[in-house]
Design a protein around this ligand. Structure first.
Ligand code: MSP
Length: 520
């Protein structure tokens, strides 16, 4: 992973019918941590995010608010979705909107190509549709409604009634790709992750695939079908293409061959679109399939997926205003196994902030730096004799670096952080057992004091490099206080334990200040 190879990673593009909640921010942060990690590993990393702006859902919201869908999308993108990136500190390389000309024009090229190659035919769709999911539904996808919808069939995700459509549509011959897809899952076991998601996708495809309706003709908010402008492209067909139109498909071949194929990070609710429909579209067009598709779990509230429509959404700023963006990033990446569902609680967030970030990491950094200032006038010692205890820290630095890198290559972000935290815990234990404050009292222990402080400073430097993708702001401050040379984000993460260090420390403010106010 350190050979300068391309690492193109994407988030889903977000519907602009509403403002973001922490479930959306969770997807963004996970992709950003992976992108930052790969950048620091010397890879040509490229993070794409953006917004999904066509379709009935947006059209209806805009109409209900008395504006055009484009006006509505512009407003939400500028006031909510782009600001989200600042709020949780995302370093994206591009932001695509499906209303961008570069997307619309090249999505049309893709569609025309499939049409010319005979993969598309005219038909009629008669069946259910959930506007919340923007998805055609089978009767088996529906459940019995409750409360005001008792006696009706409702969408299992949105708990609201689906609509019955009867429209002339264009269809994509997706059914012809079932065998190729099964071969893909078989030959490339990492294509869909985690394993449970892969199994689900395989059994879904084994049941047989239907052809897919890829246009709508009862409204006009979308990309026009190039050979028939009485139809607009089905919003998911349009949206999935963002991953290639943003990467240069149809207009910048050099960029496209540099970036593609991508790693897609998506919520498990939209896994099938990415692991079935999307590779089938690409196979039809003769384009390489994605590198992998990872379906992460949901943030749950009361055991259900957090969502705005169910009024359980928490705005990311509610957390970051109090705890800061680093704590947001750390908490969700650490507390939830990536790929599993997780429940958010203010108590858990506060407890981890205090014990892991403030006491575990922040205090360690402040104490070590304060001791170098106090006992060595800020000069980082250069000892030559080390004991076994010092060597053990050295070994942990190397082990944490390797284990974290290995975990990231498996997209196991929580495991990477856990491996790094072994170093935090060992360094804390080391300071307690070596008692540098006691060594400082006796000039005869000077050499030992210097070896301990040097070892602790070097361990902190390793931590700064390793934790930079997760808590970029705190580690940048720490790096500066350690007198690290160059930008922290330029330090090779796969060689974090080899950092060469500075000569002087400078005072460090509390990295994770105590939070007094009660929250919740
Ligand atoms: N527009 C489509 C994606 C098109 S990608 C070509 C979409 N948008 S969305 O805004 O509804 O959701 C975007 C992402 O947010 C999805 O990955 C979804 O799983 C994620 N989340 C929405 N609610 C979530 C939680 N409660 N928890 C975790 N992630 C959640 O789907």
């Amino acid at each position: 992973m350190s050979d300068g190879s391309s690492f193109y990673i994407t988030t889903p593009i977000f519907y602009v019918n509403d403002v973001p909640h922490i479930g959306h921010a969770y997807t963004e942060v996970a992709a950003d941590v992976l992108a930052r990690w790969h950048r620091q590993a010397g890879d040509d990393a490229w993070l794409l995010t953006g917004t999904d702006e066509h379709g009935q859902k947006i059209l209806r919201t805009a109409t209900a608010n008395g504006v055009t869908p484009k006006e509505w999308a512009d407003r939400l993108v500028e006031t909510a979705w782009k600001p989200l990136l600042q709020i949780v500190d995302i370093k994206n390389d591009d932001f695509i909107r499906t209303t961008d000309e570069r997307h619309e024009v090249n999505a049309q090229k893709f569609l025309q190509h499939l049409y010319d190659a005979g993969h598309i035919y005219t038909g009629e769709y008669e069946g259910f549709y959930c506007v919340g999911c923007e998805e055609y539904k089978q009767p088996s996808d529906l459940i019995d409604g409750t409360g005001e919808f008792a006696g009706q069939q409702v969408c299992a995700i949105h708990s609201i009634p689906v609509e019955l459509l009867h429209e002339k549509n264009y269809f994509f011959r997706m059914s012809t790709f079932a065998d190729q897809l099964l071969a893909l899952y078989e030959e490339n076991p990492d294509f869909v992750q985690p394993a449970a998601a892969r199994n689900e996708v395989i059994s879904f495809v084994k049941q047989g695939l239907s052809d897919l309706s890829i246009s709508r003709s009862s409204f006009d908010w979308g990309i026009k079908v190039p050979w028939d402008d009485s139809h607009v492209v089905y919003v998911w067909f349009d949206a999935l293409l963002n991953y290639i139109t943003a990467a240069g498909y149809g207009h910048d071949d050099e960029k496209f061959s540099r970036l593609w194929p991508a790693t897609h990070i998506v919520g498990k609710d939209i896994l099938r679109f990415h692991a079935v429909i999307w590779p089938a579209m690409l196979l039809a067009a003769g384009i390489e399939v994605p590198r992998r598709v990872f379906g992460h779990g949901w943030l749950l509230v009361g055991g259900e997926k957090m969502s705005k429509s169910k009024l359980t959404g928490i705005a990311p700023s509610q957390i970051t205003d109090t705890f800061g963006s680093d704590a947001f990033r750390y908490y969700f990446m650490r507390a939830i196994s990536f790929g599993q569902d997780g429940s958010f609680s203010w108590e858990d967030l506060s407890a981890r902030y205090q014990s892991e970030l403030a006491n575990g990491f922040g205090n360690l950094a402040s104490r070590v730096i304060a001791m170098v200032v106090r006992y060595c006038d800020g000069e980082i010692p250069t000892p030559t004799v080390f004991t076994e205890d010092d060597e053990l820290i050295r070994a942990t630095e190397k082990r944490a670096t390797d284990a974290a890198g290995d975990a990231i290559s498996r997209l196991a972000i929580h495991e990477a952080i856990a491996a790094i935290w072994e170093l935090v815990d060992e360094l804390n234990g080391y300071i307690t057992s070596q008692e540098p404050w006691a060594l400082a009292k006796d000039p005869a222990d000077r050499a030992r004091l210097e070896a301990v402080l040097f070892t602790a400073v070097r361990g902190l430097g390793t931590l700064a490099v390793l934790l930079s993708p997760v808590v970029p702001q705190a580690t940048a401050k720490l790096w500066q206080a350690l007198g690290g040379t160059g930008e922290l984000t330029d330090q090779r993460i796969d060689r974090a334990w080899q950092w060469t260090g500075g000569t002087h420390v400078s005072p460090l403010e509390a990295l994770f200040p105590r939070i007094e106010a009660t929250v919740g």
